[in-house]
Design a protein around this ligand. Structure first.
Ligand code: TYM
Length: 355
């Protein structure tokens, strides 16, 4: 049975990259899938988080989900630490995934930098927790931005290695299921975890910094002008777009003409994603025009799309007990799916459990 899972870290400001790369897709997928959307607070503490800030930002991401149009009645919205099964499966995956696989993760290399001896051990095994997030629900589809692609490949490898390592046991217990993902190469009776499929795409799968078209937009960028935060007011959005780095040429009329023009390509991609059009469409309208003409249009579009969401986020964030109630109810529903799967994992691995 197909199921969507995705997560967002409450580790910084929710920004336009999160919104276009992930949240808008979550909103669209609601009509065709059962979805589980998670605020991954346990992932966040792989780097130091001020505790009060973590509480606030967990509510902020939740408010961002709801304000963007995620329906917590129809779908499941909760924070990761309330469902212990994630961490329990992550431990099993720590023992399935190989050092060599994790050593290749570019996000770890980027985040650890030269400081490898002094980053948390959690940062290294972070992708195993992510695999567990997805597979504890046997999720089949995972909407993410392009930067998460390598982690999704690791999740697929981990699912496959678990299935192979425990194939006989899975079949003996009768826990095998039809695989719904790609690469159906194994006997369905021996497949426990599906191969989760990344859903990456659209005109802005990787939103870049407004100050430097070679860097992704990120909550950890030292310059706040590099990103548009979901909580920025209209004047701030306008200022950041007006100051956004560009080149001196007019916009091309064809997408090919954006090659080698990272900043131009980024702004066109943002416009396209916000308006639900393609880059071709946007260049059809704005090709040949200067940035002095395009930027005001982008400002108007951004403000008209984002400010209602910002307003609703602010309103929701004032009602912490409502947000916490949504998370608690979501966690209960999440456990109802995750716990029976965890019980089966325990049986497969050979952990005695209370029956
Ligand atoms: P995180 O919290 O960094 O980002 C949340 C989502 O936003 C996307 N994103 C972007 N998309 C386009 N352009 C950008 N500049 C940009 N920045 C962020 C991310 O790709 C992501 O989809 N490890 C994950 C969180 C996670 C997760 C999971 C995701 C934990 N468990 C299970 C999916 C399934 C992360 O750090 O995302």
């Amino acid at each position: 049975e197909p199921r969507v899972f995705s997560g967002i870290q409450p580790s910084g400001n929710l920004h336009l990259g999160n919104y276009l790369g992930a949240i808008t897709k979550f909103v669209d997928l609601q009509s065709s899938y059962n979805c589980v959307f998670c605020v991954v607070d346990q992932h966040a503490i792989t780097v130091w988080q001020d505790p009060e800030g973590l509480v606030r930002r967990t509510r902020e991401v939740t408010a961002g989900f709801l304000a963007s149009g995620i329906d917590p009645e129809k779908h499941i919205v909760f924070n990761q630490s309330q469902v212990a099964a994630h961490a329990q499966l992550a431990w099993v995956f720590n023992c399935v995934a190989r050092m060599g696989w994790l050593n290749r993760m570019t996000q770890f290399k980027d985040k650890a930098g030269k400081n490898r001896e002094n980053v948390s051990t959690g940062l290294f095994v972070y992708p195993n927790l992510m695999s567990a997030d997805i597979l504890i629900y046997k999720a089949t589809h995972v909407p993410v931005g392009e930067d998460q692609k390598q982690h999704l490949e690791l999740a697929r490898d981990t699912a496959q290695k678990f299935n192979i390592d425990y194939a006989e046991r899975i079949a003996a217990l009768g826990y095998g299921v039809e695989n719904i993902g790609r690469d159906v190469t194994t006997d369905p009776e021996q497949i426990f975890f599906p191969q989760p499929e990344p859903l990456i795409g659209g005109p802005a799968p990787r939103v870049m910094s407004l100050r430097d078209g070679s860097k992704k937009m990120s909550s950890s960028d030292a310059s706040d002008k590099a990103r548009i935060n979901m909580t920025d007011d209209e004047d701030t959005i306008a200022l950041k777009i007006r100051k956004a780095k560009t080149d001196p040429q007019a916009l091309p009329s064809e997408v090919d003409g954006l090659e080698g023009r990272a900043e131009a390509s980024n702004l066109v991609g943002i416009y396209a994603a916000l308006s639900g059009a393609s880059k071709e469409d946007v260049l059809g309208e704005y090709g040949g025009l200067e940035f002095s003409k395009f930027k005001p249009a982008l400002i108007e579009l951004s403000v008209s799309k984002l400010s209602p969401i910002t307003g609703e986020m602010r309103r929701l964030m004032d009602d912490a007990s409502y947000i916490d109630g949504v998370l608690a109810k979501g966690a209960e529903r999440a456990e109802a799916i995750a716990n029976p799967i965890l019980d089966q994992v325990k049986d497969i691995v050979g952990f005695i459990r209370r029956k």
